[in-house]
Design a protein around this ligand. Structure first.
Ligand code: ADP
Ligand code: MG
Length: 491
C-alpha cells in the first residue's frame, strides 16, 4: 500500500510529464496483474490480460490500451468489474479505469500480440510426459524434415479483402485474435459455422495466411474434412496410418473445413479425435468450420462434439444489405471496374443469401459486358441475376431434393413417394415438395407425379403449409434453410 501513496503523491504534487505517468501506470498495472493472476486462470491471463498495456495514470485514472474492439467487448462482458476492483485495491477507492482501443487492423504491430508459439510448444513437448508424440517423431514422419509443408492455402483469402459486417463481426474478430496468437488464446478450437457461401472458408484460410505471413507459426495446413477422410482411408489401405497420424500431429495450426462431412464416418472421426487431443495438448491451434452449430451436427460422436465446444464457436450470418453493397464495391474495384450505384443496389437487393452468388453475378456481368460489348446497366444486371440464380435450378432434379430432405431428416427416401400418412413422413414430403417448387423449374403437376402420383393441389397445399410454418416458427424456418443450403451446395 506504500506504493499507492507514492503514486498518488507523485501525480498530485507535481503534474508529471508523460513518461512519468506512463511509468507509474505500468507499475500500477504490473501490481494489478499480480493480483489478477491469483484470481483467474493462467490461460485467461495470457489471452486477456497480458495483451493489455497501461499507457498513462492521470489523476487516479488508469488508461489501459487493448488490441481491438472485439477484445474490449470481451473484457467488458467478462472482466471489467474484476479489473476495476483490482485497480481500486491498488490505487485507492477513487481510482477509475479508461480503456483505449487500438485500431482493429488485420496487420497489427507484431509487438502487440507477441507469439511465443513455437518456443512454447517445444517446451511443452519436452516437459509434458503425457504428450502424445515424442518431440522428434513428427519431424521424422512428416517426410519433409526441413522443407516447409504444403499448406493448401489459397493466398487469395486474406483478412485484408474480407469485408467486415455485423453478420460476420464476431467470427472475423475471433479469427483475427487466433491469427495473431495461434494456440495462445482460449479460442482453441475456433469453430466457425454458417450457411453456404458466407465466407467460412475465406476466414479460416485467412488465419492460416496471416499466421504464415507474420511468422506466428510454421507448420500450417488447410484440409477439407473430405480430403482428410480420403487420406485416412488411403492410409489404412496402404498400411501407413502411423505416418498419417504423426504428420497431422506435427502441425502447429490445423485448419479443417466443413467438418459436417465427418458425419457417419466413425473410424475417421476416431482418428480425428485423437489428432485433435494430441494437438490441443501440445498447445497447437485447431480451426474448424461447419455448416451448423456443433450441437446440431448429426452423425458426429458426442465426445467429438463436446471437444468442438471447448474453445469458441462463432457464427456467420447472411450479410445485410450494407455489407452486400460494400462487398460488391470492393470486388468490382478490385477487378478494375466502375459499377453504377443503381447496378450495385440492384444486385445487392436481389442476391441476398450467398456471397458466392454475389460474386458469380459480378463475374458473369463482366464477362457479358465485355463479350457482347454492352454497357453494364441494370438491364444487363437483371439478365445476369436470372442466369446465375437460375443455374442452380436447372441442374437439380426432384429426386435429388427428395434424397437430401430424407437424408437430413433421417427417414427412408422411398416413403415420401409412398402413401403413408405418418406425421413425420407427411412433413418431410411437404418440405421436399416445397423445395422442388422453389429449386427446380418443374410444374406443380410434374412435382405431384414424382411424389407417388399426387395431384397439383396437394403440392400447392404443401407449399402453403411450409410457407406458413416458416413464417411462424423460427426453428422450422432454420431447418428449411439448412436443407436448402445443403441442396444448393451439392448442386
Ligand atoms: P463458405 O465457405 O462459407 O461456403 P466461402 O468462404 O467459400 O464461403 O465464400 C464464398 C465467396 O465469397 C468467396 O469467394 C469469398 O472470398 C467471398 N466472401 C465471403 N465473405 C466475404 C466477405 N465478408 N468479404 C469479401 N468476400 C467474401
Ligand atoms: Mg467453404
Amino acid at each position: 500500500m506504500g506504493e499507492v501513496r507514492n503514486i498518488s503523491e507523485s501525480t498530485a504534487v507535481a503534474p508529471t510529464i508523460v513518461e512519468d505517468t506512463k511509468e507509474s501506470a505500468q507499475r500500477a498495472w504490473a501490481e494489478c496483474l499480480d493480483i489478477l493472476r491469483t484470481r483467474v486462470s493462467a490461460q485467461s491471463i495470457k489471452t486477456w490480460f497480458e495483451p493489455i498495456s497501461a499507457t498513462s495514470l492521470d489523476a487516479g485514472t488508469l488508461t489501459l490500451e487493448v488490441p481491438s474492439q472485439f477484445f474490449y467487448e470481451w473484457l467488458e462482458e467478462h472482466y471489467t468489474s474484476l479489473i476495476l476492483e483490482t485497480v481500486t485495491s491498488v490505487l485507492g477507492t477513487t481510482a477509475s479505469v479508461r480503456y483505449l482501443i487500438q485500431e482493429d487492423e488485420p496487420d497489427p504491430e507484431p509487438a502487440l500480440l507477441t507469439s511465443q508459439m513455437p518456443a512454447r510448444s517445444r517446451d511443452m513437448a519436452l516437459t509434458d510426459g503425457n504428450a502424445v508424440l515424442p518431440l522428434d517423431q513428427p519431424r521424422q514422419s512428416a517426410g519433409l524434415p526441413q522443407k516447409p509443408i504444403a499448406t493448401f492455402l489459397n493466398p487469395r483469402y486474406t483478412f485484408h479483402n474480407f469485408i467486415k459486417g455485423d453478420s460476420n463481426q464476431l467470427a472475423r474478430a475471433a479469427a483475427l485474435a487466433v491469427a495473431n496468437n495461434p494456440g495462445g488464446t482460449s479460442f482453441n478450437p475456433l469453430l466457425l459455422y454458417g450457411g453456404v457461401g458466407l465466407g467460412k472458408t475465406h476466414l479460416i484460410q485467412a488465419i492460416g495466411n496471416h499466421v504464415l505471413a507474420n511468422n506466428k507459426a510454421r507448420r500450417v495446413m488447410y484440409v477439407s474434412s473430405e480430403k482428410f477422410t480420403v487420406e485416412f482411408v488411403d492410409a489404412i489401405q496402404s498400411d501407413t496410418i502411423s505416418e498419417f497420424s504423426s504428420f497431422y500431429r506435427s502441425l502447429d495450426v490445423l485448419i479443417v473445413d466443413d467438418i459436417q462431412f465427418f458425419s457417419g464416418k466413425e473410424k475417421t472421426q476416431d482418428n480425428f479425435f485423437h489428432t485433435f487431443n494430441a494437438l490441443h495438448q501440445l498447445g497447437k491451434q485447431i480451426i474448424l468450420s461447419a455448416d451448423k452449430p456443433p450441437k446440431e451436427l448429426k452423425g458426429l460422436g458426442e465426445r467429438l462434439i463436446s471437444r468442438f465446444q471447448w474453445g469458441l464457436t462463432a457464427d456467420i450470418q447472411p450479410p445485410d444489405l450494407e455489407t452486400r453493397i460494400a462487398i460488391l464495391r470492393k470486388k468490382s474495384t478490385d477487378d478494375g471496374i466502375e459499377l453504377g450505384q443503381d447496378v450495385i443496389e440492384f444486385l445487392a437487393s436481389h442476391v441476398t443469401t450467398n456471397i458466392r452468388e454475389l460474386e458469380g453475378c459480378l463475374i458473369t456481368l463482366l464477362a457479358r459486358a465485355s463479350l457482347e460489348n454492352k454497357d453494364i446497366d441494370v438491364e444487363l444486371a437483371k439478365t445476369v441475376v436470372r442466369i446465375v440464380l437460375g443455374e442452380v435450378r436447372t441442374h437439380l432434379t426432384i429426386e435429388d431434393i427428395q434424397r437430401s430432405v430424407c437424408n437430413f431428416l433421417n427417414i427412408p427416401e422411398e416413403l415420401v413417394r409412398a402413401k403413408t400418412r405418418k406425421q413425420e413422413i407427411v412433413s418431410a414430403r411437404q418440405i421436399a415438395m416445397y423445395l422442388s417448387k422453389e429449386l427446380t423449374n418443374c410444374s406443380l403437376k410434374t412435382i405431384g407425379l414424382h411424389f407417388g402420383g399426387r395431384d397439383h393441389s396437394t403440392v400447392i397445399h404443401a407449399y402453403q403449409t411450409v410457407e406458413d410454418l416458416s413464417s411462424t416458427d423460427p426453428n422450422y424456418r432454420s431447418t428449411i434453410q439448412q436443407i436448402r443450403s445443403r441442396i444448393e451446395r451439392h448442386a
